[in-house]
Design a protein around this ligand. Structure first.
Ligand SMILES: *Cc1c(COP(=O)(O)O)cnc(C)c1O
Length: 386
């Protein structure tokens, strides 16, 4: 049965599932076998072996994730970073050049600066809000452009239509990290991106209990990345595949709740006397509100804000909340709180922090699926302690 014409809620449950079901099992079983009987395969990458990411548990998950992003094929990996690094290492060779959004995820940023450059690849950070400037950074060896759907922790939305148009015009590969939006809110392949990447550790799994990643795109490209990942050894363990598969089934329910809850929380914060600024693209006064409305069906559960006062005010809030857990990461059912200046972005120089707008007072929230009024009451009591 084909689910192509069906809604994403239906695909989450049914796409990719074996027909007929294995031994009638309603839930896809975990194939906890590292090796499989030889069936006459003639190519190393077709052997059935756990590091080659091709047990029946993987195959079903690949088909489901490809269907969610409306891509031809998908590949899971042992982490978001495994998917991102394998995709970049497949697309670029020594001497090639990459255009990168200037405020990408810290791990991606460090991988590009330290590891890609050590492999002889070059990069330029570009201002994604200024498409006119990109052409001046283009080189004969520019192979790809890399962006994120919503940036962390300032929740900026790049001119993604311009990214696709630029990539197509100059025949370079376009890649987007869609972790923050999830395919519920945004499916970049539909607007012409070549590769979509996720840290499945976040919304895709959604329960804060595994590390995983994936990449989705055309079959030929995904097959090349698969071969690279086979050599790098970044396979996803079958038990993690099972948990990701299970988490995915509730993705639409979770993310819709997080979308609406985050809007409420953002509005509450915006009107609180102890709050200076709120960064959430679902708020009308956010500079990219119109763009987000056009591109996304929701802005997800990630937002940041600055209370009145300096770092002590932010520290007080992080210490005083009772429902929000003071921990990094995001996109799961539990609400989390962090201070980027002293955690995820602590490695930046003062100058870099200033340029990115990351103040000592900045607080980032990942809204979970608790009742919105309880989350608001928790933030209210914490803010009133400043
Ligand atoms: C967490 C994250 C990653 C890295 O994913 P891991 O699963 O931790 O390797 C990449 N991009 C974004 C936007 C993330 O939030």
């Amino acid at each position: 049965m084909s689910y192509e014409h069906m809604k994403i809620e239906t695909k989450l449950i049914h796409a990719g599932e074996p027909q007929p079901r294995l031994n009638g099992a309603v839930v896809m079983p975990i194939h906890q076998s590292s090796t499989y009987e030889y069936r006459g395969e003639t190519n190393y990458h077709d052997l059935r072996y756990i590091r080659l990411n091709n047990t029946p548990t993987h195959d079903v998950l690949h088909a489901k994730i490809a269907a969610l992003e409306n891509g031809e094929a998908a590949l899971v990996a042992s982490s978001g970073m495994a998917a991102i690094s394998a995709t970049l290492l497949t697309t670029l060779s020594a001497g090639d050049h990459l255009l990168v959004q200037d405020c990408v995820y810290g791990g991606t940023n460090d991988f590009i600066i330290h590891d890609l450059s050590a492999c002889g690849m070059e990069y330029t950070f570009i201002d994604v809000q200024a498409p006119d400037t990109w052409i001046s950074h283009l080189r004969p060896k520019t192979k790809a452009i890399y962006v994120e759907s919503i940036t962390n922790p300032m929740m900026q939305v790049a001119d993604l239509k311009a990214v696709v148009a630029f990539a197509q015009q100059h025949k370079i590969v376009s890649m987007i990290d869609n972790t923050f939006t999830s395919p519920i809110n945004f499916r970049p392949l539909e607007m012409g991106f070549d590769y979509v990447l996720h840290s499945c550790t976040k919304y895709m799994n959604g329960h804060h209990d595994i590390v995983a990643g994936c990449v989705v795109g055309k079959s030929t490209g995904i097959d090349k990345i698969r071969r690279k990942l086979n050599h790098l050894g970044g396979a996803l363990d079958p038990h993690a595949c099972f948990l990701l598969h299970r988490g995915l089934k509730t993705l639409a329910l979770r993310v819709r709740q997080q979308n609406t809850s985050a809007v409420e929380v953002a509005k509450f914060l915006e009107n609180h006397r102890q709050v200076e600024r709120v960064h959430y693209p679902g708020l009308e006064n956010h500079p990219h509100y119109q763009r987000a409305r056009e591109l996304f069906s929701g802005c997800s559960g990630m937002l940041s804000f600055e209370p009145k006062g300096e770092g002590e005010a932010a520290a007080k809030i992080a210490d005083s909340v009772k429902l929000f857990i003071h921990a990094p990461s995001q996109g799961g059912v539990d609400s989390l709180i962090v201070r980027p200046a002293v955690s995820s972005h602590a490695g930046l120089s003062d100058e870099e922090k200033k340029r990115s707008g990351i103040t000592e007072a900045l607080v980032r929230l990942s809204i979970g699926i608790e009742a919105t009024e309880d989350l608001i009451a928790d933030l209210d009591q914490a803010l009133n302690k400043i």
